[in-house]
Design a protein around this ligand. Structure first.
Ligand SMILES: Cc1cc2nc3c(=O)[nH]c(=O)nc-3n(C[C@H](O)[C@H](O)[C@H](O)COP(=O)(O)O)c2cc1C
Length: 315
């Protein structure tokens, strides 16, 4: 792969990031990815306590010699732990941070002086310009093919648009599961890629074998958006359970989430219940199969070690 400013920013062989995935990414995956020449990012929210979070960062550091250790911080109000998580990242000196769902201002202010790079998830030009002004090192252009909370624009729309309006590198996120896709994205002007779903069915993930197998068995046409998990559209595999329970909130939930007095609480309860159902489905074999994944699982044909997934993506 040709070298880009992202190789330099992250000091890695390939300008690729294993994207942060709530509940899925673990320390073993991080270590294998970083030792295979790419950067890797884990959500801070995958840890319940600060002690566990610290231990995870230290475990990754002591088992890798390369740079490219990233932490994903959710920077909106739903994450009440963000201050402590940021403090730990700065104290332990991670290499980069990916911010999502809010303003990265404070993260940038605290990380820049320490040399920690800050990349920000954006879905449109307006936010990209804003985070560049705040001092972000790169933008992650989340397109409409991404797993999780996808954007609205196609890669061929968002990458040139952000390149036209920003002077920092544009990293593309969404829809890529094979080498040919990487070449196409790079030819659109991306300086790197953030790839999530193709890593779900890896040997190192601690999720249930049913979740991994679902990523092998289902394809791009089986991905649907649901608002049932967090209130915001999120991609899930259209399992019989999802088909049965639907992908939109029922009339009572919708009505309650419009009521000025209680909507804040309704949102919190929806989010809490959604996270619980995702957690249950990710780790145990259950009938309530709500599995988060994006259309790029189309390219997942077997459960493989991380090293092999990266080899197939890069050569
Ligand atoms: C199972 C799953 C969990 C995710 N969790 C997070 C998360 O915790 N934080 C975040 O910023 N993005 C999250 N994402 C989005 C990814 O970081 C990334 O943007 C996305 O996977 C890129 O699209 P792709 O899946 O087609 O590669 C998640 C995606 C998936 C598939």
């Amino acid at each position: 792969m040709k070298k880009t400013p992202v190789n330099e920013l992250l000091e890695v062989k390939y300008p690729i990031i294993m994207a942060p995935m709530f509940l899925v990414t673990n320390t073993k995956m991080m270590i294998e990815a970083m030792n295979s020449g790419i950067a890797a990012c884990i959500p801070a929210l995958n840890y319940r306590t600060d002690e566990q979070f610290r231990e995870a960062i230290q475990e990754i550091r002591s088992n890798t010699t390369s740079k490219g250790l990233g932490i994903n911080l959710i920077v909106n109000k739903s994450n009440i732990k963000v201050q402590q998580q940021l403090k730990t990242c700065v104290e332990l000196g991670v290499d980069f941070i990916i911010t999502s769902l809010g303003s990265p201002k404070e993260v940038i202010e605290q990380c820049k002086p320490k040399g920690i790079k800050v990349f920000c998830d954006v879905v449109e030009e307006k936010y990209a310009k804003k985070v560049e002004e705040l001092g972000a090192d790169a933008v992650i252009a989340v397109n409409c093919n991404a797993g999780g909370h996808a954007g609205k624009l196609k890669p061929e729309e968002i990458i040139p648009l952000l390149n036209k309006h920003c002077n920092i590198p544009v990293i593309s996120a969404g829809g890529i599961g094979a080498k040919e896709g990487i070449d196409t994205i790079m030819s659109l002007g991306a300086a790197g890629l953030s790839i999530g779903s193709p890593f779900i069915a890896c040997e190192e993930a601690h999720i249930s074998k049913e979740y991994k197998q679902a990523c092998v068995d289902y394809g791009k046409d089986d991905i649907v958006f649901t608002t049932k998990i967090s209130g915001t559209p999120c991609t899930v595999i259209n399992t019989p359970y999802v088909q049965k329970t639907g992908t939109t909130q029922n009339w009572l939930e919708k009505l309650m989430s419009k009521n000025k007095k209680i909507k804040k609480w309704v949102k919190m309860i929806t989010y809490f219940n959604g996270m619980k159902s995702l957690e249950k489905a990710a780790f145990s074999s259950t009938y309530n199969t709500v599995w988060c994944a994006g259309p790029s699982i189309e390219h997942t044909t077997e459960v493989l070690p991380i090293k092999e997934i990266i080899k197939r993506l890069t050569t």
